[in-house]
Write a new protein. Structure first.
Length: 188
């Protein structure tokens, strides 16, 4: 005797597809935001690791004399990475998690990026370490040049949109001057 095979009706299939579509619409934006947040936190961690190595270097040497670094990190065998690498930090990262080069300014060259601080605020022992964020370019709103000594917390921003991952991350002498507001509060 043959049994009649019963399959899914068109209505049942449409309902399942609709439920999957609704779940995808809810989960995908949260997943994308979580990925960007993880990249931002990793970049901030790497900047603080480099800052700690730089501070240790300055403690031992006093100045950046003999170390030339005023901009993009392009080689692990010259400038800042050579000075702090292997002894002060195990590996000096050249690129942030968005695959854009880190920018480091040592000595008085930091005044070229933190223009709001002014050249009189920089000494031969200072350093600025920065990432341009997800978009790989300055800003748009929060960028290194926004920092001023009269408003030191003016570069702290609240993360509430995906576009805020485009903002710069900047540390001057190991302290955040442009970063998400929670980083300044927690000290991370």
């Amino acid at each position: 005797m043959l049994k009649k095979m019963r399959g899914f009706t068109l209505i049942e299939l449409l309902i399942v597809v609709a439920i999957i579509g609704i779940l995808a619409a809810l989960l995908i934006p949260n997943t994308l935001e979580a990925i960007q947040k993880a990249k931002q936190k990793q970049s901030m961690k790497e900047i603080m690791t480099m800052s700690t190595g730089a501070a240790d270097y300055i403690t031992d040497h006093g100045t950046w004399t003999g170390v030339t670094q005023a901009g993009v990190l392009s080689s692990a065998t010259t400038g800042f990475p050579k000075a702090v690498g292997r002894f002060y930090i195990k590996v000096c990262p050249l690129k942030d998690p968005w695959n854009t080069a880190y920018y480091i300014y040592v000595g008085t060259s930091g005044s070229t990026v933190l223009t709001g601080a002014g050249s009189s605020n920089f000494s031969t022992g200072d350093f600025v370490i920065m990432s341009y964020g997800r978009n790989g370019t300055a800003g748009p709103t929060y960028r290194a040049s926004i920092y001023t000594t009269s408003s030191p917390l003016g570069g702290m921003y609240t993360m509430n949109k995906m576009s805020h991952f485009d903002y710069d991350l900047v540390a001057w002498n190991g302290s955040w001057v442009v970063a998400p507001r929670a980083a300044q509060l927690s000290g991370s």
